[in-house]
Design a protein around this ligand. Sequence first.
Ligand code: SAM
Length: 391
Amino acid sequence: MAGLLPKSKKDKKAEKKAAAAAAVVEEAKPVESEKPAKEKKDKKDNIKADNAASKKQQQLAKEREKLLEALARTNSALEELQESLGDEGEDAAPLAKKDVKSAVQDKKKNKKEEAAPTTTKKEKKAAATPAPAPVAPAAKQPKLTKLQEQMKKTLAGGKFRFLNEQLYTTTGEEAFDLFQSKPELFDEYHEGFRSQVELWPQNPVDIFISQLKPMSKDTVIADLGCGDAQISAELPKHNVLSFDLVAKNDRVTACDIAHLPLEDASVDVAIFCLSLMGTDFLKFLREAYRVLKPNGKLKISEVISRFTDVDAFVAALNALGFELKDSDSSNKMFIMFDFIKPAPGASSSGKKAKKGSKKAKVQEEVVDPSNVDLEELDGPSLLKPCIYKKR
Ligand SMILES: C[S@@+](CC[C@H](N)C(=O)[O-])C[C@H]1O[C@@H](n2cnc3c(N)ncnc32)[C@H](O)[C@@H]1O
C-alpha cells in the first residue's frame, strides 16, 4: 500500500537525482556499434601525427643538408680567395666537424628567434601603433657567428702575411704605389702587425719612446716608417716628424722614405723602428744620412731573424757614413742599434782631423755616402724578409 501513499517531497527529489545519474551513466557508456569506429578514428589520428612528425624530420634533415652544402661552398670560396692572395691556404683547411655543428646550432637558434611571435604588451602596442615617418636606419652590423668570426680571422691572417711579404719583396716606391692606390690595405697590414707584436715580450717602439722622452723638446726627431705615429702620439710636446706610405692621421706625412720631404741636415734623431722593409732599404739609410745634422743620431730596431750577419750589416752602415755607438741584442725578437753621423772630418774616435789636412780629406771622401755603390753593398743579402708564421 505504500505505493499508493503520496510521495513526500524528499522522495521525489531522490527519485529525480537517481534518474539524472542513470542518464549520465547511459550517455557515458559506449554504444556497442560505436566502439570500432572510435578505435579506427584514434588509429587514424595516430598515423596522421606520425606522418607529420616524420615529415618535419625530413624537412629538418633537408635543411641541415642545405646548410652543410652552403658551408662547404663558403669553405672552398675561402680557400680560393686565399690562393688568389698567394697563400697556400693552410689556415683555410676544411672546416672541422665541430665548427659545422656549431654553425647548425647557430642557424637553428637564429630561426627560433626569427619565428618568435611578438607577445609582450609593449610589442603588441608597438605593432598596433602606426609606423612613424621613415628615418634612414643606422647601418646595423650583422652579428657574426663563431664560425664566421673564425673565417674572418683566417682571411685577415692570410691578407696580413701577403701584404707583409709585399713590403719586404718590393722597393719603397712600389710599396708606396700599392698602398696609395688601396689605402685600406694599410689598416689591414697594421691590424695583423699589431697582433704579431702583441705576442712579443717587449715592443721596440716603447723602448725608443723611453729613450726619447728625456731629450730636449727642441730635438728634431724623424720617425721613418712610423705606422700610426705612436712616438709622436706619446711625446706630444716633442718635435716629432712622422713619415709612412699612408698618412694614417694628421701627424703623418705620406711618402716613400727613400725620398723624404726634408732639408739636408735638418734632423737630430732618425728612427727606423722595424721599417727597413723595402728591397732598397739602403736608400732609406742614405736618405737618413742626408737629413741628419752632423753628430745626429740614427736609431734602428730590426727583427733578429732578418740578419744574416750582424757585422756585415754594421759594415754596410759604416760604408754609408755612420758610426756604431751601441747595440743591444738582449731581446729575443729584435736588435737595437745606435749610430751617429759623425761631424765632417771627425775620426772614428770622435776626434776631429785638422781642417784641410790630408787625413780630413780622406775621411770626408770615405764617409760621403753619395759615392757609395748601393748595389755593391747588396742590401737583400744583409737583411732577409721577415715572414710571419701562420697561426
Ligand atoms: C713593421 S711597421 C712598424 C711601424 C712602427 N714603426 C712601429 O714600430 O709601430 C713598418 C712600417 O714601415 C713602413 N714602411 C715600409 N717601407 C716604407 C717606405 N718605403 N716608405 C715609408 N714607409 C715605409 C710600413 O708602411 C709600416 O708602417
